[in-house]
Ligand binder design. Sequence first.
Ligand code: GLC
Length: 551
Amino acid sequence: MTHPALSDDPNWWRQAAIYQIYPRSFKDSDGDGLGDIRGITSKVDYLASLNLDAVWLSPFYPSALADGGYDVAHYRDVDPRLGTLADFDEMVAALHEAGIRVFVDIVPNHSSNLHEWFQEALASEPGSPARDRYIFRDGLGENGELPPSDWPSHFAPSAWTRTTNSDGTPGQWYLHLFAPEQPDFNWDNPEVHEDFLKTLRFWSDRGVDGFRVDVAHALKKDLSEPFRSKPVFIDFDNPLTGDDVLFDRNDVHDIYRQWRKVFEEYTPPRVAVAEAWVRAERRVLYARPDELGQAFNFDLLLADFDASQFKRIITDNIALAKTEGSSSTWVLSNHDRVRHATKYGLPAGYDLREWLLSNGTKLEVNYVQGLARARAATLLMLALPGSCYLYQGEELGLFEAADIPVDQLQDPIWERNHHTDKGRDGCRVPLPWTADGMSFGFSDGVAHLPQPETFADFAVSSQDGHEGSTLELYRVALGLRRELQSTEDYEWLESPHSGILHFSRANGWQSMTNFGGTAVPLPEAQILLSSSPLVDGLLPEGTTVWLKVER
Ligand code: GLC
């Protein structure tokens, strides 16, 4: 196979296809049931066959896995269970050789409680410089027995945990917006800034091309006392003033302006994408050219399969990204959300948490509809200007594994919510590479999360070379996208039918999706690709077609 060389174009990221690898569940090379770095290297040809521009690796750093690796014990190393730095270098070289760039995940809001700085902080006195790298405070109440504020943790309940002094007496409390094993850094401390600059350079020097910045909106907090109240979190509840207690504060942007200077030390400049759960109007601020450059837009991932929702989201996000000189990003699935094939196979707005809690028995997924719509949504997304972030396994049409036995769940959400939320393991199940054999070819050992029997039908070996399979659809679509894509322009085209989204890109490329209702006729054009077969020449419900119109 011949591969495209990496271009020197500093704008390569503006319309890229980036594939998220969840390393522990991608491919295991040594039989311990955990995916690893050499596993990824062994699948470079597969990744190249998808016609990707880049891969993004979720954390592979040393970690006790209290939160799937988002509890980082060492930022400049590889978890020994996943390999070594030499393995990492080999992987980057192989990916680059195949024309694929590499993003790594940077987790700057919090470390693991096993990080040497946190261990040092615990062993140090209140008020010491070691404690100042994190957020330690005395408790309220007569004996400091109450948490310093009412701030909740994302993984519930309180964001504060009390420490125990070396003599066994109860000590100060520390802040963790996620699990207690994930203490938040104090970004008012210059040492924290310095250390992350060092980490960015460390990976950039090893050839890493980009960074995905975890919870980018949370680093700066209003730590003036008495603490302001924030009794609940609601997605996107920030009031757009930049003065929230915990999220999306205006001063967080100073950090990213500093990071940008590091990115510009390299040729081509390193790139980044912010994970910022804030409203679209504020999200684009993280994507400014002198900051991270791009920000995840999760609006499609949160939307129903609905033409008017999609149209509004697309129109608004492309326009908003432009105002700040960026391009939009698009995401339908990731390691934190129920897979989109499952979501679209359930009624719009359905309570997915409840459904998972019933092990998927509460309502049967309409698999045919779910997969058809997932393929249609993907094809639509891939025709949009901007960058698309794909999540491993979506190219196989994988569904959520809803029935993982509760004693095998790994996500801290399960325990911390007192067994009322099964969490995110269902989308993190190891990939099926072969239709049979141990762990469906993922590992020679037992996979770290159980794989559903139905994975046999979705395995790479079951789809490879099969025309019409989801895998082949992704390959062809991503290849065509690469050929067809030029400017970032697009234009909505009117349709006389309801539930249709039809738009054009440069050079006569068009995409048309039927979100519901009856099958509709297509305009006079060459049919390039269709997410499902046409019916008597008509575009049926839950289908996207790409067209080429000669001018
Ligand atoms: C991000 C990650 C998620 C993780 C959290 C805490 O939202 O995507 O998986 O649990 O940050 O690091």
